[in-house]
Design a protein around this ligand. Structure first.
Ligand code: CAA
Length: 248
């Protein structure tokens, strides 16, 4: 028993890769799950697919880099499902390039979506969690926020920043029954990683001791634990799941 039956979970970026697996993991545990989307057609197609598998996930249009849009999304989720008990800040993008070619647009897009989104979404749910005396916040970072990655000054900065947010907020809300943790996936078989040129991707896989990419379901299982009742003594931590590529 995970203890989250009937709880309301909001997973940002839930229509792709790791986010989709997290939505399903939480729905399997009995949570009422909502996610946001930017591309309506893609989101509706995904929603129909998961419905066929028996999971009714609610979808809401909102850009996580837009503070006002996040406020409206949380208000809508709350009126449809109830106040948010579990928040998984998962939405993220890459716009890779060597620093000498890194444009201001690429920098800003990644910082706004990956890092500013933590403020934009969490701001509207955390007070309710502390008032009710229970909450789970999980921030999906990356191995590259821990070790850095050539071609990712923007992404690695945003992902490292996420864990600073985790540790600070965790200290502020620990006494109120709310935990805040970071999960740092390594290279997972998702569209994001498949977009890395094949030769470079193969070099990366060769450097992973378990000799394969991870699966979204492996990350989702860890997130499922962190959202469970049993994880109440775990806060402010950064969980690496990377096939041994970066051991800390
Ligand atoms: N060390 C140092 N320098 C290197 C290098 C290395 N290992 N490899 C290449 N370079 C240098 C080259 O010598 C060249 O230098 P000069 O310009 O001085 O000749 C330069 O880098 C090449 O620069 P380019 O801009 O021409 O390179 P590019 O456009 O071909 O590719 C890149 C750059 C887009 C960053 C490409 O290397 C890439 O895609 N790398 C993978 C980045 C990566 O791992 N992204 C992860 C995406 S998935 C994800 O992020 C999910 C997650 O959380 C894990």
């Amino acid at each position: 028993m995970s203890g989250i039956e009937g709880k309301v979970a909001l997973v940002t970026g839930g229509t792709g890769g790791i986010g989709a697996a997290i939505c399903i993991e939480l729905a399997k545990a009995g949570a009422k799950v909502a996610t946001n989307y930017r591309n309506q057609e893609k989101a509706e197609k995904w929603q129909a697919e998961v419905k066929e598998q028996g999971f009714g996930i609610k979808i809401y249009q909102a850009d996580v880099s837009d503070y006002g849009a996040c406020e409206k999304m949380v208000a809508k989720v709350t009126s449809d499902l109830g106040p948010v008990d579990i928040l998984v800040n998962n939405a993220g993008i890459t716009k890779d390039g060597m620093f000498k070619k890194m444009t201001k647009d690429k920098w800003d897009a990644v910082m706004n979506i990956n890092l500013d989104s933590l403020f934009n979404v969490t701001k509207h749910v955390v007070e309710g969690m502390t008032e009710r005396g229970w909450g789970r916040i999980v921030n999906i970072s990356s191995i590259n926020g821990q070790k850095g990655q050539l071609g990712q000054t923007n992404y690695s900065t945003s992902k490292a920043g996420m864990h600073g947010f985790t540790m600070s907020l965790a200290q502020e809300v620990a006494r109120k029954g709310v935990t805040v943790n970071t999960v740092s996936p390594g290279y997972i078989a998702t569209e994001m990683v498949m977009a890395v040129p094949e030769d470079i991707r193969n070099q990366i896989i060769a450097g992973i001791p378990v000799n394969r990419l991870g699966t979204p379901e492996e990350i989702a299982a860890l997130v499922g634990f962190l959202c469970s009742e049993n994880a109440g003594f775990t806060t402010g931590a950064d969980f690496a799941m990377n096939g041994g590529q970066h051991m800390m």
